[in-house]
Design a protein around this ligand. Structure first.
Ligand code: FAD
Length: 386
């Protein structure tokens, strides 16, 4: 059967959308840049929330699989200052559901586990790997969308193309001229494995969940992963191309020295030990879509979801909203029917754009708090005033 819907990108948003369409017997094809499931980005841990991510998984018929893999014990956030003094700890509020499975709260799951649950739930012949979209154009005869891939393939004839191709979406240009803007911060990531001598100090100090050490422009975010290792993000305030021009992450010792002598100077020595032992650095420069120019008029045959639609600074909601978008879009398509798909998209976008703008602003507010000159004290105060 010819696919009605093309999904560009097999991230959490695209795969949730694919699963939900599969459940409704609506034909689709996913086109993904990566060669296979093995090379899909799958690092890090994500907290999955009740009204968004958990709801989408329920509607996808995957909640049981999720609840069994989720780390409910990691639903915990702790704030410290740069001297390592504990200022505040909040533990999750999951409940026991009627069926014996936990529900609610913000349980963590490894991105890889979530990917596997979603991937295994859709027919593999409906995912086309090694297809990087370079451009979306419109057929001159009936104005339907045409996909152009870097391998030279061109495919058309879809009722709808959904761009779930993340921050640097190629579908987005068919709808809006808005582009991601660098937000002034970069995360430099490392990992402390269970075999490291430092691991015990981390289990003693942090244990489960995520810990934020905040001190004005610099911060350390440490998060327990499913294999019991800890992922550390050294958050620095720096120009857009600082990493790559002024900091060479391949030179491990020079990177450590720069972090110690400038960004984390004056921090407690036990925290600086994490830098002294860090290796295999990776950088995440943080981008967002600008709020002032956010929004567009619906374009027939094309829409966006997830980060492609509303890329925000990390605020804990990114993957959750991405999955909620997928659920809302499928609900609208089912309500309106495939023959009125453009009306479905208009209705979906009306709510999604409101959610998206709110989400981007929430990311900005989170970033402002995380880099506040008063450090963790400002965040704890904001929590108390809620
Ligand atoms: C450091 C960091 C930490 C984060 N932590 C959290 C967290 O704890 N909780 C949370 O909710 N969110 C978190 N986020 C945000 C979260 O990762 C994203 O919001 C989420 O992954 C968005 O899902 P998505 O499917 O829309 O996009 P993505 O996950 O980016 O997936 C996009 C997919 O499209 C594919 N693709 C890209 N371009 C093309 C193309 N041209 N052609 C074909 N395929 C393409 C990619 O290979 C990928 O598979 C974090 C983000 C960062 C940077």
């Amino acid at each position: 059967m010819k696919s009605a819907i093309a999904i560009i990108g097999a991230g959490p948003c695209g795969l949730t959308l694919a699963r939900l369409l599969h459940r409704k017997n609506i034909p689709f094809t996913v086109y993904e840049n990566e060669e296979s499931a093995a090379t899909l980005v799958s690092s890090g841990s994500l907290d999955i929330r009740k009204e968004t991510g958990q709801l989408a998984l329920q509607e996808a018929g995957l909640y049981n699989a999720f609840a069994q893999k989720a780390r409910w014990e990691d639903d915990r956030v702790t704030f410290f200052d740069s001297y390592g003094e504990l200022l505040h700890r909040a533990t999750g509020e999951a409940e026991d559901g009627e069926d014996g499975l936990k529900t609610g709260g913000k349980p963590e799951i490894d991105r890889r586990s979530l990917r596997d649950i979603l991937l295994e739930s859709i027919p593999q012949n409906q995912i086309v790997w090694s297809h990087r979209l370079t451009k979306l154009s419109f057929d001159g005869v009936n104005s339907s969308p045409v996909l152009h891939f870097s391998n030279g393939n061109t495919v058309g004839g879809f009722s709808l193309v959904v761009g779930t191709d993340g921050a640097w979406s190629k579908v987005r240009a068919a709808i809006t001229s808005t582009k991601p803007q660098y937000a002034g911060s970069t995360f430099i990531e490392t990992r402390i494995q269970e075999s490291s001598l430092l691991h015990k100090t981390l289990t003693d100090k942090i244990g489960h969940g995520i810990a934020l050490f905040l001190a004005g422009p610099s911060r350390m975010i440490i998060q327990r992963q499913g294999d019991n290792s800890y992922r550390i993000y050294f958050g620095i305030t720096a120009p857009e191309h600082f990493v790559g021009t002024s900091m060479d992450l391949n030179d491990t010792q020079a990177t450590r020295d720069m972090l110690l002598s400038s960004f984390f100077k004056g921090w407690a020595e036990d925290l600086r030990d994490y830098i002294r032992n860090a290796e295999n650095f990776r950088s995440w420069p943080l981008y967002q879509l600008p709020t002032e120019s956010f929004g567009w008029n619906s374009v027939p045959g094309v829409t966006l979801a997830g980060d492609a639609a509303h890329l925000s600074l990390p605020n804990g909601e990114g993957v959750n909203l991405a999955m909620k978008d997928a659920l809302e879009l499928v609900t609208k398509i089912e309500e309106n029917g495939l023959e009125h798909i453009n009306k479905a998209v208009e209705e979906y976008e009306r709510d999604m754009l409101k959610r998206g703008k709110y989400h981007i602003k929430a990311g900005e507010e989170m970033d402002r708090l995380m880099t506040h000159p008063e450090g963790a004290k400002a965040v704890v105060k904001a929590f108390a005033e809620r």
